[in-house]
Design a protein around this ligand. Sequence first.
Ligand code: SER
Length: 887
Amino acid sequence: MMTANEVRESYKKFFEGKGHKIVASAPMVIKDDPTLMFTNAGMNQWKDIILGTKDPGKDIRRVDSQKCLRVSGKHNDLEEVGHDTYHHTMFEMLGNWSFGDYFKEGAIDYAWEYLVDVLHLNPDDLYVTVFEGAKEEGLARDDEAAGYWAKHVAADHIIDGNKHDNFWEMGDTGPCGPCTEIHVDSRTPEEKAKVPGRDLVNKDNPQVIEIWNLVFMQYNRKADGSLAPLPMHVIDTGMGFERLVRMLQDKHSNYDTDIFQPVIKQIEALSGKRYGFTTPTGPNGECMSEQEKTDVAMRVVADHLRAVAFSIADGQLPSNAKAGYVIRRILRRAVRYAYTFLGQKEAFLYRLLPVLVHEMGQAYPELPAQQELIGRVMKEEEDSFLRTLEKGINLLNGDMDELKAHGRSELDGVSAFRLFDTYGFPLDLTELICREYGYTVDEKGFNEEMAKQKARARNAAAVENGDWEIIRDGEQEFVGYDHTEYSCHILRYRKVTQKKSFHFELVLDRTPFYGEMGGQVGDQGALVNDDETVAILDTKRENNQSIHIVGELPKDLKAEFMACVDVEKRNASAANHTATHLLDYALKQVLGDHVEQKGSYVDPTTLRFDFSHFQKVTDEELRRVERLVNRLVREDLPLDEHRDIPLAEARQLGAVALFGEKYGDKVRVVRFGPSCEFCGGIHAKSTGRIGFFKIIGESSVAAGIRRIEALTGQACEDALYALQDTMTDLRALFNNAKDLKAALVKYIGEHDEMSKEIERFRAQTVERTKQELLNRARLVNGVHVVKAVLPLEPADAKDLVFKLRESMGERLVAVIGSTAGDKPLLTVMFSDDMVKDHGLDAGKIIREAARLIKGGGGGQPHYAQAGGKDVDAIGAAVDKVVELAHL
Ligand code: SER
């Protein structure tokens, strides 16, 4: 029996034998495409070639195994995962590609040869579907594909399929075309005798499933919904690797293959529960028995572990936005299943990581290289969600107490949604807990709340891209590495509307404008000719092109323009970008080789660099980093740029590559002395142009990831002047002292002395006042009444009444009104016997008396203070206290 690794290898070798070049998987996380967060199909990385905006070069046949994630957008399998045995969040897709070379016949013949002649699948078990056509799109049945299939399979193994199953689209827009799918019937002979396989194709039967989709890319779906023909025909095939391995290893479930079993065994070992090899039997894949629940949870955990680990390896950390939030949700889903069904109350997922790395590390070296980081990030995420899980459960217990008190049996939708929204509580977890205590949840109310929130989010974000209006045919040439001004024409433009505002986006035939990418902001500048000047507000990057953003369209769209970059801003960004390379190098030197770039941001005024490191960088280390960078700046190392060199050559140069970054066959390498990196950005001509480098901040962004913020060049100059001005101002305050530090030390010494002196003076004053007050005390029914209005600080007033009590011991009522500043303060002290024997309560009495000074306060029975607003009434308030004491 072939192992999973052997199957992957055999597929690549087969197509290599048919003239295909073996290429690497693109990263699963997509960085620079606003329309797609994750690779969800093998064709994503070839989108530009398929649309005709990029030349495929000589390799027009390719083969690969692509890491994919289907958890959002058009292709979303998340809810099925774990509840069935053949959907996954992350999966590998085996693909063979023809860019304008063989088409339908070739793709069908190769697929058949590989499955039947190489893998020896039984032709009787194979069913194929072909597109039945769609009148509303003006598309006919794919008779051509059906004809080629007739060479290989019996007529009753060819089934027509509708647009949903047999017309493949990448998303709402983009490349698409009819497809033909290959399904395998892996049921027992008895089952096959009862119901023919063709009746179960596309019917959600777990034993009759699609394994391979051959897409005949012929169209581009436009924003207005219409189909435009593609410039060339493309073959895009995708075979589910996990499903194929399951067929070949004769298992009922993808999870029973050697792809998942090692991880499941480890889950068993750590949780003490057994995997039952069940397949869900309940309606809609719902699981019924305890064993089925355990099995679903183990499948969920085994699946999600891969998705989360590979995403982190590709540079996507869990977060609260976009792709980061998708990863966070997947991880939380796994934690929830482990918590509820596997009894894991502490972080658990990260403990499975070593097994995953052991199994998949050879095929995907990004995993072992970053194992420590991945583990730390996972553990921190798990810990933090487990904390909210518990808080949420406490809240829910409170809600259920309420229900009980009011004799109700259903938790309302708003409460369930609050648990979801604030504590990340999925609805089914809330339902499960409620059920245990005999309550139900208003699911409809929950969904209404959810819909309301989604509508709010949609309204806030709705961006509408108009279709491109073509002015000229052609492709864009980027000339920005060598020029900051260049003559150009507009190729196409579109209008982009967000809420009520709008702007236009232009594609030029030649442009020196750098579009935002790799952390470096886009260029600004203008399109200029004799008749007009149009400001370019920003430049972004899409499909490998610079997209120029303008507020207004030029009057003459066909005219020739000079595209002029704002050179001052560009040079400042370039210097900052070069500084991040030097910083990366210096960090590796000072902290060690484990330092990996995890993100960066570069604009004309600042730079930010995120990297893996597991503790705070000390001040001493930061200084060594700064010194090293500044030494390289002073060496004025020239930019040594290698453009369009083969990947292998770049690696030989020792260029530092980033995990999760997509590199083509040809790459650009940027070297400054010892620093050598793969990079497409704009750089300074030499390191001297950085001027000076200064770190201004070091902090933590996530578990195991630190961030450095720094300044260069003129920003350093400005910062230095600001510092100098502060120093000058300080010196001026100290009579322009030469030695500011000595002057300050002296000042602080004198200040301390004076404070002590004042303390002594105050204590004396309080002591003297006490004596005077005691001498003046009146005796009322045997009680010493001390009352006065004095200019005292609150602390002194307190001090005074405590001293009075100390001297008098018993039978004392002391009331001090004080007026420090413009605020009145009332302070009351009763000796203990007055509280015990006479039942006096200073706290209560002062609350009433304080009304006179328009204030409030309180305290204990023997001592209380109250502030107020009306200074003039303080004497009356003092008298009121004495009155209320009823002596
Ligand atoms: N693009 C098709 C799919 O993802 C075939 O690779 O299914």
